[in-house]
Write a protein that binds this ligand. Structure first.
Ligand SMILES: [Zn+2]
Length: 211
C-alpha cells in the first residue's frame, strides 16, 4: 500500500544526501498516512541501497503493520511528534552540520534572513541534549518547538516537519542554507535580528510564491 508515497519518501532521502544533510544511513523520513498509521524509513539501510519497498508502516506503538524491515530506531520519537502535532504530516530528521553547529553554541537560530523565514517560518529553537533512538527526542521537540517548522536537537541534528513531505524538505534544505550563511556572517561580524513585523511581512510575501 501507499507505493507512491513510499517512492516520494525515497526521493526525499536521496535529496537529504544530495544536499549533504546526512551521511550513510543517518537520519530518517516519516509520513502520516492515516489514523495511527505512519510510514517510516528502515533502520540502518544506506539510502543508495534502499528501495521504496524497504519503507515500513507502523502503528502508534511502533509495531510494524506492513513491511519486512525493522523501522528507524527513532520511531518512538517520530510517533510522539505525530500524535502531539496533528498539523504535522511529514517529518525529516537529519544531522545537517551547519544548523547543528549553531545549536552547539546558541539557544536558537534567529529568523534573520529570507530563506530561513520562508522555509522555517520563525526562529528555530535548540532543544536540550537527549540521547538518540529514544522517545525523549520527540518529547523535547514538542515541548520546545514553536511556530517554526524545525527544531535543532542539541549535539545531534535537526527535526524538520510540515503539513506535507515537500514542506519538510523545503524546511530542512533551506534551514541548512540559512545556517551556513549565518555561520559565515558570524565569522566576519555580528548578526542583528529582524523585527517581528518584518518577519510577518516576509511571510505574507510567500503567498505570491509558486505556480
Ligand atoms: Zn539522529
Amino acid at each position: 500500500m501507499y507505493d507512491e508515497i513510499k517512492k516520494e519518501m525515497l526521493e526525499a532521502c536521496l535529496k537529504m544526501k544530495e544536499y549533504k544533510l546526512i551521511s550513510l544511513a543517518g537520519g530518517n523520513v516519516a509520513v502520516r498516512v492515516g489514523e495511527k498509521r505512519y510510514l517510516v524509513t528502515p533502520s540502518a539501510i544506506e539510502y543508495e541501497k534502499m528501495t521504496y519497498e524497504d519503507i515500513v508502516m507502523i502503528d502508534e506503538n511502533c509495531n510494524v503493520v506492513e513491511g519486512n524491515r525493522k523501522p528507524s530506531s527513532d520511531s518512538s520519537a517520530l510517533v510522539y511528534i505525530f500524535e502531539h502535532k496533528p498539523e504535522v504530516n511529514a517529518i525529516i530528521h537529519t544531522h545537517q552540520p551547519y544548523a547543528t553547529a549553531v545549536g552547539m553554541v546558541q539557544e536558537k537560530l534567529p529568523a534573520c534572513m529570507v530563506t530561513l523565514i520562508d522555509a522555517c517560518q520563525g526562529d528555530v529553537v535548540v532543544a536540550p541534549w537527549t540521547p538518540s533512538s529514544d522517545i525523549g527526542m520527540g518529547k523535547l521537540c514538542v515541548e520546545y518547538g514553536n511556530e517554526a517548522r524545525a527544531v535543532i536537537m542539541k549535539r545531534h541534528g535537526v527535526i524538520a516537519y510540515g503539513p506535507s513531505l515537500d514542506d519538510a524538505i523545503f524546511s530542512c534544505v533551506y534551514l541548512e542554507e540559512g545556517a551556513k550563511t549565518y555561520v559565515l556572517a558570524r565569522l566576519i561580524g555580528d548578526v542583528t535580528e529582524l523585527p517581528k513585523e518584518e518577519i510577518i511581512r516576509e511571510l505574507g510575501g510567500m503567498d505570491r510564491y509558486g505556480q
